[in-house]
Design a protein around this ligand. Structure first.
Ligand SMILES: [Ca+2]
Ligand SMILES: [Ca+2]
Length: 562
């Protein structure tokens, strides 16, 4: 027998070895998404603990042990897997069913039972937000329903409602057909059991009708009662009276009060001014159909006052009459003089709103006064009345005298105007004449100035011409003198030459031919001089003469050398 300590050690070692050598994977498990299923529902499961990326075979086994369905899925990299809607649950056999998963030799199971639900849901309430609507209007439907297992869906006229806070809510579109229409609501459970209930609503496309006799005339500052008979094929919801003082920008809207089909409202006195009043009636039914009457115009009668005669002296009697005052109301007839109100008469208007009476003309200063008739409702009318202190004849005479004076003033003014006009005309004519004379004088002066200038220019030109002529003449004289002196010089030279020749001829002992040649040359030159004197310029003659003298000197030198 081994030592207990040794045995314990051995067992511990074996356990450690076993743990070390066992696969590193957890146990295979599966989990169905529900514990019970109704017939027709599908099974879905999730699993884990398989080897990574390994096929997992799944079997569905009924309570008798018969395999009713198989499928296969792959585990993922973590060994997890899912089979979705892999088997449709039949109605039978009831009892405990098993789902078995097998992967790499490991198995796992889960169980479920089939519950056959034969109890339909119950619709407990249907609520419509409105039951009288226009055709095509939107109606919000709210349904409450229960079921032994659970309400799966609710539809209203085939429109699926949404579950919110325990109630099924949605909107449907009303039919177009006028009259009572039926809304069908169906609640279903998962097993397909249903409950159907209906609700009704009414379609009203017909607006209300308004029967009204328009008010066309009213008394100023007096309320106007407007009455109309308003009906609807279903239900009148509201009726309003809309009024404004004619010319006002906006209408005032007030609700009409109903007694049966008779609706009444009152336009207040403050709106009834002399401008007149405009109004219309509007009615709506529950389905929001509306009808509006045309706009009517009320003419407001304005109170009038007439006094006969129109003027009279103090103490005389005058009568008055007025219309359109507030019927049966008290009134007073007054006149205002320098801030003091004097009552002339008072009374009560008739049922027709007329007033009349007489008064004694008060002793007021002569002038035209405004007489005021005013009733308790504030309706007033005025008329002018003249209090006379002087007789009409006296007044007429004064007016005639004034008229004559005015005529005289008019005549005097007319005469003065004529005189003034004549004076103005003359002044204008005089001014024109003076201007013309001044222009003429200026023209003469200008002409004289031009003539003087022309003469001065002519004189200057003449003076210039004489100076030029004198200069030319002097030049000519000078030239003539020059020519004469040249001629004299030539003649003197000729004389000297002849004497020289004569002397030379006498002295000649040698080369006569040489001298003769020079003499011939000299002779030619002299001839040329004589020929050219007439045509050659003074300067050329002088030069030529010098040439001749030079030749003569040469000849003399030549002769003397001998
Ligand atoms: Ca049920
Ligand atoms: Ca209607």
């Amino acid at each position: 027998m081994k030592h207990p300590t040794t045995l314990f050690f051995t067992i511990t070692l074996l356990a450690a070895l076993t743990l070390t050598l066992a696969p590193a994977y957890a146990a295979l498990t599966i989990q169905l998404n529900k514990e019970t299923y109704s017939p027709g529902e599908f099974l879905t499961l999730t699993g884990s603990g398989a080897q990574p990326n390994t096929p997992v075979a799944i079997q569905v086994i009924d309570p008798t042990g018969e395999i009713r369905g198989v499928t296969q899925v792959m585990s993922d990299a973590n060994g997890a897997f899912t089979a979705t809607n892999f088997y449709k649950v039949p109605a039978a056999p009831t009892g405990t069913w098993t789902v078995k998963a097998t992967a790499a030799g490991q198995t796992a199971t889960d169980t479920f039972t089939i519950v056959v639900d034969t109890t339909p849901p119950t619709i407990t309430s249907i609520t419509l937000d409105k039951t009288i609507v226009k055709g095509g209007a939107t109606i919000t439907v709210t349904v409450e329903a229960t079921d032994n297992i659970g309400v799966a869906s609710v539809k209203a006229d085939n429109v699926a409602l949404t579950l919110a806070a325990g109630k099924w809510v949605g909107t449907v579109t009303a039919a177009q057909t006028e009259g009572v229409n039926t809304l069908t609501v169906v609640a279903s459970d998962a097993a397909g059991n249903t409950d159907t209930k209906t609700a009704t609503y009414r379609v009203d496309n017909t607006p209300p009708t308004i029967a009204h006799t328009p008010v066309t005339a009213a008394t100023i500052n007096t309320p106007i009662t407007i009455t109309a008979t308003i009906t609807d094929n279903v239900e009148v919801k509201s009726a309003t009276l809309n009024y404004r003082t004619k010319g006002a920008a906006d209408y005032t809207t007030i609700a009409m009060t109903a007694v049966g089909d008779t609706y009444t409202a009152t336009i207040p006195a403050t709106a009834v001014t002399r401008e007149g009043v405009e109004y219309y009636i509007q009615a709506a039914d529950t389905a929001t159909n509306e009808y509006k009457t045309p706009t009517y115009t009320v003419t407001v009668a304005v109170a009038t006052l007439k006094i006969t005669p129109e003027h009279a002296p103090p103490g005389a009697s005058a009568s008055y009459s007025g219309t359109n005052f507030t019927p049966n109301k008290k009134y007073t007839l007054t006149v205002d003089w320098d801030g003091i109100t004097v009552t002339l008469d008072s009374g009560t208007a008739t049922a027709a709103g007329t007033i009349s009476g007489t008064f004694k003309v008060p002793g007021l200063q002569s002038q035209v006064y405004t007489i005021v008739a005013k009733d308790e409702a504030g309706i007033t009318a005025t008329a002018k009345f003249g209090v006379e202190q002087v007789s009409t004849t006296e007044l007429a005479t004064k007016i005639d005298a004034l008229s004559t004076q005015l005529t005289n003033v008019e005549k005097t003014l007319s005469t003065k105007m004529d005189t003034l006009q004549t004076a103005i005309t003359k002044a204008i004519t005089d001014a024109q004449t003076a201007i013309t004379a001044a222009i003429s004088s200026a023209q003469t002066d200008i002409k004289a100035a031009i003539a003087t200038t022309q003469k001065a220019i002519t004189d200057a030109i003449a003076a210039s011409q004489k100076a030029v002529t004198d200069a030319v003449s002097a030049a000519q004289t000078a030239l003539a003198e020059s020519a004469k002196s040249v001629e004299d010089a030539v003649k003197a030279a000729q004389s000297d030459i002849k004497a020289a020749i004569s002397s030379a001829q006498t002295a000649l002992s040698g080369s006569i031919s040489e001298v003769k040649s020079s003499v011939d040359k000299l002779t030619d030159t002299v001839n040329n001089i004589n020929t050219g004197i007439a045509t050659t310029s003074t300067f050329t003659l002088i030069v030529t003469a010098l040439v001749v003298i030079t030749l003569v000197i040469e000849i003399v030198i030549l002769i003397r050398r001998r």
